[in-house]
Design a protein around this ligand. Structure first.
Ligand SMILES: NC(=O)C1=CN([C@@H]2O[C@H](COP(=O)(O)OP(=O)(O)OC[C@H]3O[C@@H](n4cnc5c(N)ncnc54)[C@H](OP(=O)(O)O)[C@@H]3O)[C@@H](O)[C@H]2O)[C@@H](O)CC1
Ligand SMILES: Nc1ncnc2c1ncn2[C@@H]1O[C@H](COP(=O)(O)OP(=O)(O)O)[C@@H](O)[C@H]1O
Ligand SMILES: [K+]
Length: 525
């Protein structure tokens, strides 16, 4: 699991150590230099003789870059420091000069962005030490203009020439360190070397997509183990640890029964796909409740589905249900009440989300699975006027707001899926592929999550498993679903941004469901 702590937590933990004279910056800078050297060796085959640009702002982030530059100069790199603040780290500057780093004080340059871009054009690697956890809001001038010019230069780089490698120090300068927003210009990084712990903005969308590969430097900040992270991302072993695996004592009722109210005459496929997601995830039984159509289709596609009412351990309510169908919506509301009365978990998807447009407080353990548009509608209906683009610009903030307003756990779907409970760490999972953005994929996800919650349903109702911890289960479902999509698309298990890697093939939502057992076999291996 990658755990990310807020800037304030990092400062609280660092301060006593710095006061006691611990050389945290020296450790950070050495690790940074090691990562830059490794990147140079891997991509260009050499370290000595490489030309390095340090982008140096007015804080300790620039200090990290300057001290890293001293190590790289000693390893035979030609190191240039572009200093763009009159408050650059003094001791770092002195050390850099002493080790042969060429320091360019550029503040007085008539065209500052142009001067930095000129220098950058001669360098193999750009080390972004402009701002770190001390930054507030969008980058201000002159840093904003420099970053915008460098980002443009990088994007326009001819593929015939070796592209510069961008290594961000702690965070790509300009991202919302704590909330993952991108409030202004940011130089996208190939690698981010984050000091002491990851930062939330490196995991949360949309900023996470600008961080490249994440490397977290261990600065020995052991106190962080006791501090709740602000955000986290589950890895393969975390998902495996949460995944229910049947033992010899199990029978179908102990494995979990899922009640499914999905599909309509207009959207019958949602019921079929949601059932497929649940069945392929593995559970004791799916009970499907609905009208003749789509019941006949669900039965034809999945003969193992039971279509009579009975006990369940969790519900999935709403995929493919038309919210204008008053009778069906009333059924959804009844099942939600029934689940809450029994303390059983429920997933509210698509048509069922409109139940929350009225001022209802969720009484039971509930996960909402909106996409950005549905979340915007829900928040607007609850008095927080929210255009969809606002949700997309700040997914974590809006998911959290919806969780606070409704009392539910919100799984906000997207390229990187965010999960927010009313309190506790945010979760972010970016395990999927753009090929997953296809009709019905969300129905499959609702089924995966429903099956997982069915396994935990009795434990949640009996308060053996805390209902408050639905967020990791929702994140695990999103992760397995994303990995299944990658497998179906013919992509390697772990997402990486290697532009030279395979691009994959188009997939359907049914393919994603069919790939679930294979993805789970890798996860549980
Ligand atoms: N503590 C330690 O020893 C350790 C710390 N570590 C490192 O220190 C980093 C934190 O350093 P920090 O606290 O000095 O802040 P930092 O991120 O450099 O930013 C401050 C500078 O940015 C500027 N600035 C701010 N907002 C801005 C904006 N919107 N647009 C433009 N500029 C803006 C601000 O200018 P000012 O507002 O003062 O005019 C000031 O010049 C941390 O991320 C990690 O890399 C590691 O080495 C481990 C040990
Ligand atoms: N660009 C993307 N990259 C990866 N996954 C995506 C992307 N866009 C959407 N997704 C995922 O695809 C699924 C789409 O779900 P949803 O919007 O509910 O579709 P539907 O309602 O048609 O089932 C979600 O799991 C979402 O996280
Ligand atoms: K930075």
């Amino acid at each position: 699991m990658i755990r990310a702590h807020s800037a304030a937590t990092v400062r609280e933990v660092e301060e006593p150590r710095l006061a006691a004279g611990e050389p945290l910056m020296a450790h950070a800078a050495f690790a940074l230099a090691t990562h830059v050297a490794r990147e140079l060796r891997d991509r260009t085959g050499r370290v000595a003789g490489s030309v390095v640009l340090l982008l140096v702002g007015g804080g300790n982030n620039g200090g990290d870059a300057l001290y890293a530059g001293t190590h790289l100069a000693r390893r035979g790199c030609q190191v240039h420091a572009a200093v763009v603040s009159d408050r650059a780290h003094e001791a770092g500057l002195a050390a850099a000069r002493a080790s042969g780093v060429r320091v360019h004080e550029l503040l007085a340059a008539p065209d500052l962005p142009g001067a930095v871009v000129d220098l950058a054009g001669r360098c193999h690697v750009w080390v972004d030490g402009l701002t770190g956890i001390g930054a507030r809001g969008p980058l201000r001038e002159p840093v904003a203009g420099i970053v915008a010019a460098l980002a443009e230069e990088r994007a326009a780089w001819s593929s015939l020439l070796a592209e510069p490698i961008v290594v961000a120090v702690d965070v790509p300068s300009g991202i919302g360190v704590d909330d993952g927003t991108v409030p202004g210009p940011v130089l996208p990084a190939d690698v981010t070397v984050s000091m002491g712990t990851a930062k939330p903005g490196l995991l949360l969308p949309p900023a996470a997509a600008l961080a490249g590969r994440l490397e977290v430097v261990d600065l020995g900040l052991t106190e962080l183990a006791d501090r709740e992270p602000a955000a986290c991302s589950l890895g393969r072993s975390d998902v495996a640890a949460l995944w229910p695996v049947p033992g010899p004592e199990d029978h179908k009722y102990t494995r979990g029964v899922l009640g499914l109210v999905a599909g309509s005459r207009t959207y019958p496929g949602a019921a079929v796909l949601c059932a497929a997601g649940a069945l392929r995830t593995g559970l004791g039984m799916v009970r499907y409740l609905g009208p003749e159509v789509p019941t006949s289709l669900v039965r034809a596609a999945h003969p193992e589905i039971v279509t009579v009412p009975g006990r369940v351990q969790a519900w999935v309510l709403g995929p493919g249900v038309d919210p204008r169908d008053a009778a069906r919506t009333a059924e959804l509301a009844d099942h939600l009440d029934e689940a809450a009365g029994q303390g059983l978990p429920a997933v509210l998807d698509a048509g069922a989300l409109t139940l929350l447009h009225d001022d209802v407080d969720l009484a039971g353990p509930t996960v909402l699975t909106p996409h950005a548009g549905e979340l915007a509608e829900l928040l607007t209906a609850r008095g927080e006027h929210t255009p969809r683009r606002d949700v997309e610009a700040a997914p974590a903030r809006h998911a959290r707001l919806a969780a606070e307003i409704t009392g539910g756990t919100v799984l906000l779907k997207g390229a990187r899926t965010v999960v927010a409970a009313p309190e506790g760490p945010l979760h972010a999972q970016g395990d999927a592929t753009g090929w997953l953005a296809t009709a019905g994929a969300g129905d499959v996800l609702a089924g995966v999550l429903g099956a997982l919650l069915a396994a935990y349903g009795d434990a949640i109702a009996e308060a053996v498993h805390p209902a408050a911890s639905l967020a990791p289960l929702a994140a695990a479902a999103a992760s397995a679903h994303g990995h299944a999509a990658r497998l179906a698309a013919g992509l390697p298990f772990d997402a990486d941004d290697d532009p030279a890697g395979p691009i994959g093939v188009p997939i359907t939502a049914s393919d994603v469901a069919d790939a679930l057992p294979g993805a789970l076999s890798t996860i549980l291996d």
